[in-house]
Design a protein around this ligand. Sequence first.
Ligand SMILES: CC(C)(COP(=O)(O)OP(=O)(O)OC[C@H]1O[C@@H](n2cnc3c(N)ncnc32)[C@H](O)[C@@H]1OP(=O)(O)O)[C@@H](O)C(=O)NCCC(=O)NCCS
Length: 273
Amino acid sequence: MKNAKNNGEKTAMNNITIRKETKEDFYNTEHMVMRAFWNIHGPGCNEHLMVHKLRDAKEYLPELSRVAEMDGQIVGAVFVSKARVVDGDIEHEVLTIGPVAVEPTCFSMGIGGKMLAEVTDAAKAAGYKGIIMCGEPDYYPKHGFITCDNFGIEHGDDGNFDAFMAYPLNDGFEDIHGKFYEAPVFEECEDEAEIEEFTKNFPYYKPLKLSCQWLHKERLGRISEIQKNSYTIRFLKKTFRLSSKALFITKAPTSFRLWETMLHLLIIRSGIL
Ligand SMILES: CC(C)(COP(=O)(O)OP(=O)(O)OC[C@H]1O[C@@H](n2cnc3c(N)ncnc32)[C@H](O)[C@@H]1OP(=O)(O)O)[C@@H](O)C(=O)NCCC(=O)NCCS
C-alpha cells in the first residue's frame, strides 16, 4: 500500500484529515459507525457497541487506530487491536482491524482506502508482522489483502472462507501458521437487549429487513450510498443502480416481495445465477 509515512498526528487528503481518535470524538465516531453498518447485514447493527467496548479492551491499540475527519465531522474510522494465531504450543501475536467504517454519505470518496493505507503503514512501522481480519471479500483485496488459506492460517472456529484475509506487514509473517483468534470483546456484543439500550444514545434509525441484505450476503450487491431516507443500491459491481424509498416499506409485504422478485429475475436474466 503506497502512502507517505506518518505518525498518526495528522495527514490531509484534500479536505479530509486522517488522525488518531480523541475522547471528544467517541460519540460521533460511534454514531458514524452505526450509520455505516445500519441495516447492511440485517435489521440494525451492533458495530457501534463493538467500538464502544473495544476501546476498553486490553487488546485495543489506539495508537494504530485512525479516524477520518472532514469539515469538522468524523467521516471514517478503522479500529486496530491485537489478535493471536495459535500453532500448538506456540502463540503468534498479530493485528486485526475492525470495525472499518465510512459515513454512508461519503462512500466511494477514497476515505476507506486512505485510512487502510495509513493504518497498514503505521502498523508496519511499529514492527507488527501482519494483519488478519474478516471483512468484505470484494473490497479488501483491492487494498492488498489476500485470503488466509494462502498462509496456512485458519479462522479459530470456521476454517477458511473468502472474507478471512491477511495483509503481511513485515518479515516473518510467512512463518506464522495456525488458528486465528481475535479479542474476546468481539464476541461480547451480541446481546440484543444491551444493543437496544446502547442504541438509544443515538438518533433513531429504524431497523429494517431490506432486499439488499440478501444481495449483500450473496455478494451480488450492496448499499453504496445513503442520502436522507434513500439508499442507493449497487448491483453486480456496476451493472445496476437503484435508488428507492420503496425499499424502506416494511409493512407492505406485497410490494417488498415484488421488489425482491424483480431483482431475482433481473439477476437470473443476466445469467449470474
Ligand atoms: C467498505 C467501506 C469501509 C469502504 O469505504 P469507502 O470509503 O466507501 O471506500 P473507498 O472510497 O476507499 O473505495 C471505494 C471503492 O470500493 C468499492 N467498495 C466499497 N465497499 C465495497 C464492498 N463492500 N464490496 C466491494 N467493493 C466495495 C466501491 O464500489 C468503490 O469501487 P470503485 O472505486 O471501483 O468505484 C464503506 O463502504 C463502509 O463503511 N461500508 C459499510 C460498513 C462496512 O461494510 N465496513 C467494512 C466491513 S469489514
